[in-house]
Design a protein around this ligand. Structure first.
Ligand code: AMP
Length: 285
């Protein structure tokens, strides 16, 4: 496996691998089974003759001023081992100064899907994501790229980025990988105290139970589903709900009715300072 630290390293590798199908897996590192499942899925899709390139880059421009950019874990050695164990061909892990000019003056913004949900709580976050993903697409020039459904709004925004700016990149979604108790794996789970960790699965469980009640016909409309979620999630006494919405899975528009939509139940909650997100999907009604 090649470790590429600079754009020059990356370009030399791209030249060497000219003509080979390339699958990109962008990450911020602190890799867990959620990330490695994306490496495995990328490998499965691209086949043994294709290349899988992972990027490890904690992108400063997607963090708000009071967020955890400095504290974000950066265990590079352990991450590289996981990449190698999952058949990644190359890892691009540049420094911030390699990616952003000190006087950079252009960014990419999305102004519809990113205004709600996490975008409402994290102003500027999705512009930072769009900017770095556009740059990573230009730098690594992949045929396909995979993003986790765990960050469902991000996935929807990136599909728009590709559609609206005509990036020749196929976007693939990876299912959410969970702990045995249902908690979605996240690099931020390490911030949870023991008590918070015990309660954290309530988020996934409440989403799953409400989705099951909708699927069985027990719940017939989004407002009923909302009340049911609030009732269930109230048992997490340490949590503060940031949002819960039932949205159309492509437009992220809130639904008044399930009819004609592929609904997604999506939520975020604070456990202390740690903000957890999760979502579950339902088949088109
Ligand atoms: P991050 O390092 O948090 O930026 O995540 C990198 C990629 O891994 C994103 O596409 C995430 O959606 C995806 N990801 C993070 N957690 C999970 C998970 N539990 N299951 C599947 N994919 C995940």
């Amino acid at each position: 496996m090649k470790l590429l630290r600079t754009k020059a390293d990356l370009n030399a590798w791209l030249t060497e691998r000219h003509g080979i199908t390339r699958f990109l897996v962008p990450t911020m590192g602190a890799l867990h089974r959620g990330h490695t499942s994306l490496f495995d899925q990328a490998r499965g899709e691209t086949g043994k003759d294709g290349d899988v390139i992972a990027t490890i880059f904690v992108n400063p421009v997607q963090f708000g001023p009071n967020e955890d950019f400095d504290a974000y874990p950066r265990p590079l050695e352990a991450d590289l081992e996981k990449c190698a164990d999952h058949g990644v061909d190359a890892v691009f892990a540049p420094d911030v100064s390699e990616v952003y000019a000190a006087d950079r003056s252009i960014s990419v913004g999305e102004n519809r899907l990113s205004t709600t949900l996490c975008g409402a709580s994290r102003p500027g976050h999705f512009d930072g994501v769009c900017t770095v993903v556009a740059k990573l697409f230009n730098l690594t020039r992949p045929d396909a790229a995979i993003f986790g459904e765990k960050d469902f709004q991000q996935l929807a925004v990136i599909r728009r980025l590709v559609r609206d700016l005509d990036f020749p990149v196929r976007i693939v979604a990876g299912p959410t990988v969970r702990e045995a108790d249902g908690l979605a794996l996240s690099s931020r789970n390490i911030y949870l105290s023991a008590e918070q960790r015990t309660e954290a699965p309530t988020l996934a469980r409440s989403l799953r139970e409400v989705a099951a009640a909708i699927a069985s016909g027990e719940i017939g409309d989004p407002s009923e589903a909302r009340q049911e979620f609030l009732d269930r999630f109230a048992s997490a006494s340490l949590a503060r709900l940031d949002y819960f919405e039932i949205v159309d899975s492509s437009t992220l528009a809130p639904l008044q009715s399930f009819a004609g939509h592929e609904p997604r139940l999506i939520a975020a909650a604070f456990f202390g300072k740690t903000r957890l997100i999760d979502n579950v999907g339902l088949p088109r009604d």
